[in-house]
Ligand binder design. Structure first.
Ligand code: ASP
Length: 335
């Protein structure tokens, strides 16, 4: 399993090589892919989440799933563990701020019956996914943003908190010294938890929650809270979620695309691969970015694919618990 840090190191080496050799990346044929396990098939219940830190979310969700609870309860509880972890600098409290030093969070949730809710650029609330769920359940709307989202959260009893940890503040101060205050597209400075759960009844729910791109412009919203981009659940077919550069995922309406491809007969793996190709076609500088999808269909087959090496996901079922490297299109040059 290659870690996120390995990926960043390879990407950095890749960009040094890029200056010398052109792209700094090599196309990766199927036969050159790492010796990862075939995407596992699973039985229900099931929890699936982006990145290795998703394993903690899966464990939390499992407490609910294994005792017959709903996919929706499980997915919101699962991501809640990551949102509450101040050491995670890409989700919830401790998330990297925008370039003005404000932590603004994006999240969405989808229920098996097709309902959805989202919040964008929400400040001061540790659990944006819970607020997104409240938008879905307690308002006639699907998305509430900014100050309105904060007012709504407070009206629902959520507590206002400072989300900028000392560690994140120091990293932001350091960034300001070297950045010329420019918001940059940078593969190192973002990650998201996208999570899908299937309960014992076979019902599917999903959630995506993030602090988004570090040092972004104020008000920037990524793919994560956009239904169909960062997350899509169709209880008849399956679900998909995305991580990586939101601007690129939005162009392809990536997660909806994955689910639609599954509807038309593709396996989750094939669907993720096609969606990554679509993203790459629409985003010329794809060598500079990362985008990855994970998906599961109604039969419990899993798929995952990313533009570059380094993307992994966590899976938990009654018979399988692990973090798996996703297959990928291109590999950062070793040197
Ligand atoms: N998709 C997120 C965003 O663009 C960040 C990430 O997943 O890395 O805000």
């Amino acid at each position: 399993m290659s870690s996120r840090r390995d990926f960043i190191q390879k990407a950095t080496l890749g960009s040094v090589a890029a200056a010398i050799s052109g792209t700094g990346f090599v196309a990766c044929k199927e036969s050159q892919q790492p010796d990862s396990k075939e995407p596992p098939s699973a039985v229900f219940p099931l929890a699936l989440a982006t990145w290795d830190f998703g394993a903690k979310a899966n464990d939390e969700a499992w407490k609910i799933l294994s005792t017959g609870g709903s996919a929706l309860d499980a997915v919101v509880a699962g991501v809640g563990v990551i949102e509450a972890d101040p050491k995670n600098t890409t989700v919830g409290i401790g998330g990297a701020p925008d370039r003005d030093g404000r932590v603004t969070l994006d999240a969405c949730v989808m229920a098996p019956d097709g309902r959805c809710g989202a919040v964008c650029a929400l400040e001061h609330i540790v659990h944006p996914a819970q607020v997104a769920r409240a938008v879905m359940e307690k308002t006639p709307h699907a998305i509430i943003v900014g100050v309105g989202a904060l007012e709504f959260a407070l009206s629902q009893g959520f507590k206002k908190e400072n989300l900028l940890t000392e560690e994140s503040r120091l990293a932001w101060e350091a960034w300001k010294k070297t950045s010329k205050y420019e918001p940059k597209i940078n593969v190192e400075l973002h990650d998201t938890i996208g999570m899908i759960t299937i309960d014992q009844r076979g019902d599917i729910a999903g959630c995506c929650t993030t602090s988004g791109l570090a040092y972004k412009m104020r008000g920037r919203v990524g793919d994560s809270p956009i239904i169909g981009a960062g997350l899509f659940v169709d209880n008849e077919i399956g679900a998909a979620t995305a991580t990586g550069l939101g601007e690129a995922v939005i162009r392809a309406v990536g997660s909806f695309l994955v689910v639609e491809l599954m509807r038309h007969g593709r396996t989750p793996q094939e669907a993720c691969e096609e969606a990554v190709s679509r993203v790459m076609k629409k985003y010329q500088d794809y060598m500079e970015i990362q985008v990855g999808f994970v998906a599961v269909n109604k039969q419990g087959q899993i798929g995952a694919y990313s533009i570059q090496s380094g993307f992994n996901y966590a899976l938990l079922t009654g018979s399988d618990k692990g973090v798996y490297d996703a297959k990928y299109k291109v590999q950062a040059k070793e040197e």
